[in-house]
Design a protein around this ligand. Structure first.
Ligand code: SPD
Length: 385
């Protein structure tokens, strides 16, 4: 095993495990029929997948279809909130969904996911055992969730445009000031600031910035974060989670609160489209917000056998590495490491150092009442009222 990769993971998973202590506990699904693996009958050669946008290599689906004869229907979303609302309404029609681990845990606890049948996943062995052991703390026995890719929410910048907009002003010590302090945003508005469009993405970081607990259950803390956010609101050009790659790659914005993987992908795209924007994902001193996006099978999936075939296919070293190489997000597949492009493997904003991983806000959750507070305040923030 690559020791530094392993060490990095130990750090990562310690943070994840700690974070999940914040998520409400209690597995309400044990002994629940809906959580048992579905019986495999003759399935149509169809697989319905619901995943984040820009999260695939070009050949991932065509190769799977060619090899298995299974036709994939692939839809995309840009926030856990959207996926979760569909999951709660049930009958999504999807056979594979990709919630972030903290949301997947809620779905698992709500009986909305079915258990994986490991006998159909021989490539499970490729996952780092240390990862599996630690992930078992949030999904006991690794029964429901399989890692797809992981990254963290941070500040992304177009280095040249930001320097030009700031003029004589030096970069701030805390680079979160670029999106949270009017002293900087008032200058950067000239080249375009973008925020993720989801309360669950913005509030944990905004709360840490104002010195409050990231998953506070106290409405007063949200008011403090909201007041801070409202001061920069006039300078924000757009809220568009899925659009940041394109906006950065084409030079339409110069600063974003978004996902590190997407910032690296924007840089790659800008090189491909010859606009050569100097885009960087910042590893901030204050820390970003870690997420692990996971494959899961809805309890009412119509094609669970095909879903297992797809998960097993993704867990092949070359396929998992292919995802990382295409979209610049880290994967949890130990056997995939030798297939990851050197440039990506050595990029410290993709595969973070152990210390940087420890500095991230671990995945966490709040109760429903707090989620409503977040949603209300975030809507007010967006509308600027
Ligand atoms: N373009 C792929 C984006 C994947 C982002 N997942 C984000 C999870 C955030 N908590």
């Amino acid at each position: 095993m690559n020791v530094s990769f392993s060490k990095r993971w130990l750090g990562l998973i310690a943070v994840v495990a700690a974070g999940m202590m914040l998520v409400s506990c209690g597995d309400k699904t044990s002994g629940d029929k809906a959580s048992e693996p579905a019986k495999v009958a003759e399935e149509d050669k169809v697989l319905n997948i619901y995943n984040w946008s820009d999260y695939l290599a070009e050949d991932t689906i065509p190769n799977f279809e060619k090899e298995t004869g299974i036709k994939v229907r692939y839809d995309v979303f840009d926030s856990n909130e959207i996926l979760h609302a569909k999951m709660i309404a049930k009958n999504t029609g999807y056979d594979i969904v990709v919630p972030s681990s903290n949301w997947g845990k809620m779905q698992m606890e709500g009986g909305l996911l079915q258990k994986l049948d490991k006998s159909k996943l021989p490539n499970w062995k490729n996952l780092d055992p240390a990862v599996l052991e630690q992930m078992a703390k949030l999904d006991p026995g690794n029964q429901y969730l399989v890692d797809w890719l992981w990254s963290y929410t941070t500040v992304g910048i177009n280095v040249d445009k930001v320097k030009a907009a700031l003029g004589d002003m030096p970069m701030p010590e805390n680079t979160w000031d670029l999106v949270f302090d009017p002293k900087y945003t008032s200058k950067l508005k000239s080249c375009g600031i973008s925020f993720l469009d989801a309360p669950s993405e913005v509030f944990p970081i905004a709360l840490r910035y104002v010195g409050k607990p990231e998953f506070s259950l106290n409405a007063d803390d949200y008011k403090v974060a909201f007041d801070m956010l409202m001061k920069v609101r006039p300078d924000i050009k757009r809220f568009n989670s899925g659009g940041q790659i394109e906006d950065l790659a084409s030079g339409n914005i110069c600063v974003a609160l978004g996902w590190a993987g997407d910032f690296n992908l924007a840089r790659k795209r800008s090189i491909e489209n010859k606009s050569e924007q100097n885009i960087e994902a910042l590893v901030t001193k204050m820390g970003g917000y870690m997420f692990m996006d996971t494959m899961a099978i809805p309890a009412d999936a119509k094609h669970p056998d095909n879903a297992h075939k797809f998960i097993n296919y993704i867990l092949r070293p070359e396929v998992h590495a292919g995802l990382t190489n295409a979209v610049t997000y880290a994967n949890p597949n130990k056997a995939a490491t030798p297939f990851v492009d050197e440039e990506i493997k050595n990029n410290k904003t993709i595969f973070l150092s152990e210390a940087d991983v420890k500095n991230l806000i671990p995945p966490g959750n709040v109760d429903n009442a707090t989620r409503r507070v977040q949603t209300r305040l975030f809507t007010q923030f967006k509308t600027g009222t």
